[in-house]
Design a protein around this ligand. Structure first.
Ligand SMILES: Nc1ncnc2c1ncn2[C@@H]1O[C@H](COP(=O)(O)OP(=O)(O)OP(=O)(O)O)[C@@H](O)[C@H]1O
Ligand SMILES: [Mg+2]
Length: 145
């Protein structure tokens, strides 16, 4: 019985990982806090506990290129997935083009549904792309849901 449960849990975890579409997997153990002293390690660890998901809080990672924003976001997603949550990763650029494509096909509601469903949505590279009105409006609806 316990073997069966273990196997099922393992498969479910693999499924959640696949569905999350993470560009790569890195965990918080690969993150060198001493190399990035401007980041409060205790605060990051507190975030990793996952309370923000239950509270419906947003986490913003701000900083110049190459300082570990994507790495930390992926670590948070990996942790959430391990805790049993469904996550989904997308870049702002991909999101904007998906919105534009969906609008042309008249299926923007589908986008709202798809990105409201996971308990954790990670949108990367937000500051690097300008949102047109449609994508901004769609993102607003997703966040408010
Ligand atoms: N403190 C750190 N410890 C370990 N690896 C790090 C650290 N900071 C950055 N890295 C590594 O450096 C590379 C660049 O980091 P990352 O892609 O997360 O940066 P970013 O802030 O998302 O940059 P960009 O704004 O260009 O997207 C990655 O391979 C990441 O794992
Ligand atoms: Mg990045």
């Amino acid at each position: 019985m316990s073997q069966e449960i273990e196997q099922k849990e393992k498969l479910a975890l693999e499924k959640r990982l696949k569905k999350a579409k993470l560009p790569y997997i890195k965990s918080i153990h690969d993150f060198d806090f001493s190399f990035q002293p401007s980041i409060d390690e205790r605060r990051v660890k507190e975030v990793l506990s996952g309370r923000y998901i239950h509270n419906g809080d947003n986490i913003l990672l701000l900083g110049p290129p190459g300082v570990g924003k994507t790495h930390l976001a992926i670590s948070m997603a990996f942790e959430a997935i391990t805790q049993g949550h469904q996550a989904l990763f997308i870049t702002a650029n991909e999101f904007i083009s998906e919105c534009q494509k969906a609008e042309k096909q008249g299926i923007i509601q589908r986008i709202i549904k798809r990105y409201s469903r996971p308990e954790l949505l990670i949108m990367d590279e937000i500051g690097y792309f300008s949102f047109d009105e449609l994508s901004a409006h769609t993102l607003f609806q997703i966040v408010s849901r």
